[in-house]
Write a new protein. Structure first.
Length: 310
């Protein structure tokens, strides 16, 4: 996890026994400015790790908190609400969309709450993220993508994403020991919100994965691994999906998450209870799952009335 956290952020690891970043943020003491901010970022990172935040969230929080410190060049005790507004306006003007602004706001909220200055964010409203319908592939498009990969890791990985609805980060972490092929289930450990959940496995996929694992030359604890046995990373999965879509002649953008969207939508279209889909996807809020009903309704509109066929 540490490699992921350090990617894109350079920090100097320091020993901070029995200390919190709170007091150091409030009083800069005699440390040189760069060393001071480096130390602060490391301490924030340590706090986030201990509190169980995901590696992706930690990485993004550190980036935005570092950006904030570089922009304001002030100590926390000297901050005003205008400083916060100026920083958020600067990020908006430099191309941040509403989703990114929301994440920046969350990072600052964490920082200010730790330092008991949460009032600085009072009445600062962030625009809501634009609600867009998920990008869903048709069943024929899914079949076409599978046909463009030969039997092996990549095809099994695409099949797993569509057949289980897993997030790309979950695909990288699933281990052989997490599979219960007899029961046609698997356990996703530490999913979003650090929650475990049970997923269902396809009979066809189980047949393929047994064959693949038996023939696999380099043994690994991970279902989808590199040649050295280490887990495949999200960048590699995204590249494989892009290249496969290109081979299939698709002009629209296809991402790993399209498989998850397609899984949920196709289950809805075949009458699966939305509560079951919520559990399979690992959504804590049913409203998150209900967006797929809109997509399913769009598909229903394409069905021709039998009256028109008379």
């Amino acid at each position: 996890m540490q490699d992921n956290l350090n990617q894109g952020i350079e920090t100097k690891i320091i020993d901070t026994p029995n200390s919190s970043f709170n007091n150091e943020l409030l009083n800069k003491n005699n440390l040189q400015e760069k060393e001071f901010w480096d130390n602060i970022v490391v301490q924030i990172k340590q706090e986030l790790i201990v509190e169980g935040y995901s590696s992706k969230t930690i990485k993004m929080y550190l980036i935005y908190i570092s950006d904030f410190f570089k922009y304001i060049k002030k100590e926390i005790k000297d901050l005003t609400k205008n400083d916060i507004l100026a920083f958020l306006a600067y990020k908006k003007e430099t191309g941040c969309d509403n989703a990114t602004l929301s994440l920046i706001h969350a990072a600052l909220k964490y920082l200010f709450k730790k330092n008991k200055v949460l009032f600085l964010l009072e009445d600062i409203k962030i625009p809501k993220k634009a609600k867009t319908l998920p990008k869903v592939l048709t069943r024929n498009e899914i079949k076409e993508l599978f046909s463009k990969t030969k039997f092996g890791r990549n095809r099994l990985m695409l099949q797993f994403m569509y057949g289980s609805g897993c997030r790309v980060s979950e695909v990288t972490k699933i281990k052989v020991e997490d599979l219960n092929l007899k029961e046609r289930t698997a356990i996703i450990r530490g999913g979003k919100g650090n929650k475990d959940r049970i997923i269902i496995l396809s009979k066809e996929w189980i047949h393929g994965i047994k064959k693949y694992l038996n023939k696999k030359k380099i043994k690994s604890e991970f279902v989808f691994s590199k040649k050295n046995g280490k887990p495949i990373n999200t960048d590699t999965i995204q590249r494989i999906v892009r290249e496969t879509a290109k081979k299939a002649g698709f002009t629209k953008k296809v991402t790993p998450h399209c498989f998850r969207h397609s899984y949920a939508t196709h289950l809805l279209e075949t009458g699966t209870n939305i509560r079951y889909i919520q559990a399979l996807l690992g959504h804590s809020n049913l409203n998150t799952t209900q967006i797929y009903t809109n997509v399913a309704n769009q598909q229903l509109k394409k069905i021709q009335s039998p009256l028109d066929k008379l």
